[in-house]
Design a protein around this ligand. Structure first.
Ligand code: ADP
Ligand code: MG
Length: 437
């Protein structure tokens, strides 16, 4: 039932409203669920009762009626029993590697960062095997590669029902391939038939085939077979083909042979639009200022941003508050502690240099022209913002500068972030690069 609901309801709504429900008992034709509080109960009843009923209807032999009781409505005795009896229920997961119907083109927010990938994906979905074959999508973690890839799969499944669509992670491909060699004769043929007999083959996270020569060989032959049959392939990776280490040159050239598109970290506006969409899908009401706050403080990785949003909704629910800035601050405190531990000053300087296209030597050196000073000050600001280094140590990193110089840089950028869009965008984008890893 959980997996049916998870498909029907968007992930935020599911995590916030459905997962906390616990089956209490089945009473003949009726299933009783327990909600943590009575407010929770009324919210869930109002929002999701039809979904719950519909999901039950989809299960053979399931009770046809459903009701929800709040823990505080139970008498003491039942409460104690429930608390003791209740095993920690593991959520069922949708079978790995199937295509998630929620990852479609409609739920994908388009911005400058992903416009090209979106357009290419749509073109492929409309004419698989004909336009960009293969399509190679690359970009950092949590930026929507899997989403856009599966959107192709969903669209093709909807409009061309006779076509065979297969989505796998490269892990699955590798494991099945190894298994097919190891096990009985004939398994290898079954493996080949499976991968070479489809109309649309999507392999996610192909960077993992690095250093696996026999898998690469298999991919190469799969590739040739599908291409000569005019079948579509789509690959996703966290980096472009030329940057995947230890890759057979034949495979590399095949990856690179058609359209290679990237997905960049989203800018502030796109991040806000994504949050608005997720909140809307979750049917929760959140002030725009709160969404903006999250978008500004969790740059880059969209999955993390969604995580913070889920947390915000959850915290608000738990303390029965409306979703405002104070809830967001609380949720973000945890996030910052988690993510900022592992960052190094070098990474920050590195990302800043790449963003502005200046050399590291210049940024930590003595030059005073604007092209270098601004990146330097931004790097200082970010190190101070993301790490817990004393100002004097930051000064050391930048060629032994005084701590007052560091302070000046920090304050200058801090003011500029509030007043100057260009600086704010740069700071957010670099932060996103640093945090994405
Ligand atoms: P990747 O495969 O690049 O690591 P995913 O495709 O898994 O990232 O995306 C992470 C999360 O962010 C998913 O929940 C996805 O729906 C969401 N997401 C990413 N990009 C967008 C977008 N442009 N619009 C809406 N949601 C997005
Ligand atoms: Mg992915």
């Amino acid at each position: 039932m959980l997996s049916i609901l998870e498909v029907e309801i968007n992930s935020l709504g599911f995590d916030v409203w459905i997962r906390p429900l616990r089956p209490l008992m089945t009473d003949g034709d009726s299933l009783v669920l327990r909600a943590p509080t009575s407010t929770f109960k009324s919210e869930v009843t109002a929002r999701y009762m039809p979904f719950l009923k519909e999901a039950l209807r989809g299960i053979d032999g399931a009770p046809s009626e459903i009701s929800i009781i709040a823990t505080d409505e139970l008498d003491e005795k039942t409460k104690v029993e429930v608390e003791h009896k209740e095993p920690e229920k593991k959520p069922e997961v949708i079978e790995k590697n199937t295509i998630n119907p929620k990852y479609n083109f409609e739920s994908f927010v388009v911005g400058g960062c992903n416009r090209l990938a979106y357009a290419a994906a749509q073109a492929v979905a409309e004419n698989p095997g004909e336009v960009y074959n293969p399509l190679f999508i690359y970009g950092g973690v949590g930026l929507g590669k899997t989403h856009i890839m599966q959107a192709i799969g969903n669209a093709v499944r909807m409009s061309m029902t006779n076509l065979k669509v297969l989505y796998v992670s490269s892990d699955t491909f590798i494991n099945e391939f190894i298994e097919s060699i190891r096990t009985a004769k004939g398994a290898n043929q079954t493996f080949r038939d499976k991968y070479r007999g489809v109309d649309l083959l999507m392999i996610d996270d192909v960077q993992f085939i690095s250093k696996k020569p026999s898998t690469q060989d298999e991919i190469f032959h799969t590739f040739e077979a599908l291409r000569s049959a005019g079948k579509q392939m789509v690959f996703a990776s966290d980096r472009p083909p030329q940057d995947i280490p230890d890759l057979d040159s034949r495979v590399r050239s095949r990856f690179a042979s058609s359209l290679v598109v990237d997905i960049q970290p989203p800018d502030l506006e796109t991040r806000i639009a994504i949050l608005q969409k997720k909140a809307q899908d979750a049917k929760v009401n959140i002030q725009d200022s709160a969404l903006e706050f999250i978008a500004e403080h969790v740059p880059g990785n969209i999955r993390e941003m969604e995580g913070v949003l889920t947390k915000v909704i959850f915290l608000a629910k738990l303390s029965e508050r409306k979703i405002d800035l104070s809830v967001c601050r609380e949720a973000l405190n945890d996030y910052r502690v988690q993510t900022c531990d592992e960052i190094t000053a070098d990474e920050i300087i590195d990302c800043t240099c790449r963003y502005f296209n200046v050399s590291k030597d210049d940024v930590v050196g003595k030059k005073k022209n604007k092209e270098v000073v601004e990146p330097r000050q931004i790097a200082i600001y970010l190190i101070n913002d993301l790490m817990t280094l004393p100002l004097t140590s930051i000064g050391q990193i930048f060629g032994g500068r005084e701590h007052t110089t560091v302070m000046h840089a920090r304050d200058k950028i801090s003011a500029a972030v509030a007043a100057d869009t260009k600086i704010r965008t740069a700071v957010n984008d670099i932060k996103a690069m640093v945090l994405r890893k």
